[in-house]
Design a protein around this ligand. Structure first.
Ligand code: AMP
Length: 432
């Protein structure tokens, strides 16, 4: 197929994850798994598609995610499904549907996978991206908020990202937020003419969102706005005080950001984002974000169960690792190369490869190549210690030749003894 006739492209804002990038994904998934096991978060996978109403109800009808960014499709059976724009509502549905209410609490779950948001693609903002998601159901204690922050913070540190800070705020709950909203709206209305067009609309439907508008003119207004922290009820104040104390005790660098509201309807009390402090200026630098959502489970499952959770954006983390020159571990190099000549030798090679795999000896072969000289050149390039050569004669004799690639010396071994011999030689090399 000629290159020029090929017209298909990955959809806008979506990309292939090529082998080089997979090493980063694997590394992050491995580190995440290690932490999840240690801190007792159990892995679940939920469907990528969910009932569209789950997000309308859960994430919130007037959030950007649901209003503007959700991929919704109608099935042949006339159902409306949405590609998940975030994990949390799916976790909540799975929690109720699978009877986790009866499990010992807190129920701590995690997942790793793609999410979809139809937004304007730019650096660090894609339409399909991946999140690592942690949630904890069943406790209102501030230490639960901290455990989620702690796990994500340490995963990022383990990935060698060292300049982290947590931006943190409390957005109150159903007792104190309505009152704060009133105070805020009164102030914002007095400043309406100074707000950007989007915020003028937000004033009617979601005034809290104005607080994290990045427009210069709105920033001016926001800097003089009443702050939620001055309007928290006793319970929320106490909760937030404990969160900050724990952050201090654990030496987690944090920035109190009274304008952090995050985009979703369901948050109550603590909201936070983990950022890289030396990340590129003016770019999306939130690596992870989350918060407490004590009312969501009641909304979806009619049960009063507090919860807290957060998601890390994998592509953002990988971009930052690359910018900082942090490499994912390289795939280990093969120790042995098998060069073969003829059809029968190719099947012998497959048998030998399987034996070596079981013995944990990393081996490479190139079955689609015929010339022995070319294959040995590849072995040289790969810098393997030993090459195994199986030619027509060796097939007849049920034997192999083992070549020491450094000295060029060759010895013969029966096919049965080949693996044992290789093991001895590799051991001998390690001793030298
Ligand atoms: P959110 O679910 O919006 O709180 O996002 C959690 C994390 O996912 C963010 O901190 C980002 O790291 C990442 N993220 C959010 N939106 C995108 C996007 N469109 N493209 C890439 N990463 C994203």
């Amino acid at each position: 197929m000629s290159q020029s006739n090929f017209k298909f492209q990955a959809p806008t804002g979506m990309k292939d994850i090529l082998p080089e990038e997979q090493t980063y994904f694997d590394e992050i998934a491995n580190v995440a798994k290690k932490y999840a096991q240690f801190y007792n978060f159990l892995k679940i996978d939920t469907p990528i598609l969910e009932d569209y109403q789950l997000f309308v109800k859960g994430t919130g009808e007037i959030t950007d995610i649901v209003e503007k960014q959700m991929y919704v499709l109608k099935t042949k059976g006339d159902e409306y499904l949405a590609l998940r724009p975030e994990f949390t509502p799916g976790f909540v549905r799975a929690y109720f549907e699978n009877g986790m209410v009866a499990w010992p609490h807190p129920v701590k779950l995690y997942s790793f996978g793609p999410v979809f948001r139809y937004e304007k693609p730019q650096a660090g903002r894609y339409r399909q991206f991946h999140q690592l998601n942690f949630e904890s159901f069943g406790s209102q204690r501030p230490i639960v908020d901290i455990e989620i922050i702690w796990v994500l913070y340490n995963i990022l540190k383990d990935l060698k990202i060292s300049d982290l800070a947590v931006q943190v705020n409390s957005i109150g709950d159903s007792q104190c937020r309505p009152y704060y909203k009133k105070v805020l709206i009164r102030y914002l209305k007095s400043q309406e003419r100074n707000l950007c067009q989007t915020c003028k609309k937000r004033l009617k439907i979601n005034p809290l969102r104005i607080l994290d508008c990045k427009e210069e003119r709105c920033q001016q207004v926001i800097s003089k706005a009443p702050q939620i922290l001055d309007h928290l009820c006793e319970e929320c104040k106490e909760h937030f005080k404990k969160v900050l104390e724990h952050l201090d005790d654990l030496d987690i660098p944090y920035i109190l950001n009274p304008y952090l509201v995050r985009g979703l309807d369901y948050y109550t009390k603590t909201v936070f984002e983990i950022i890289s402090q030396t990340g590129p200026e003016g770019r999306q630098n939130a690596l992870a974000g989350g918060g407490r959502y004590d009312d969501l489970l009641k909304l979806i499952g009619k049960k009063d169960i507090p919860a807290c959770g957060a998601a890390m954006g994998i592509e953002r983390v990988i971009n930052l690792m690359k910018e900082k020159g942090i490499k994912a571990p390289e795939t280990p190099a093969p120790q042995v190369f098998i060069a073969q000549l003829g059809d029968k030798a190719k099947t012998q090679t497959l048998k030998l490869l399987e034996g070596l795999r079981k013995s944990n000896i990393l081996t490479e072969a190139q079955l689609s190549k015929d010339s022995l000289t070319n294959q040995l050149k590849i072995a040289n390039k790969l810098n393997v210690k030993f090459a195994v050569i199986i030619g027509e004669e060796e097939v007849l004799n049920k034997s192999v030749i083992i070549r020491d690639m450094q000295t060029g010396t060759q010895t013969s071994a029966s096919f049965e003894k080949a693996i044992e011999k290789l093991k001895q030689k590799i051991k001998g090399q390690k001793k030298n």
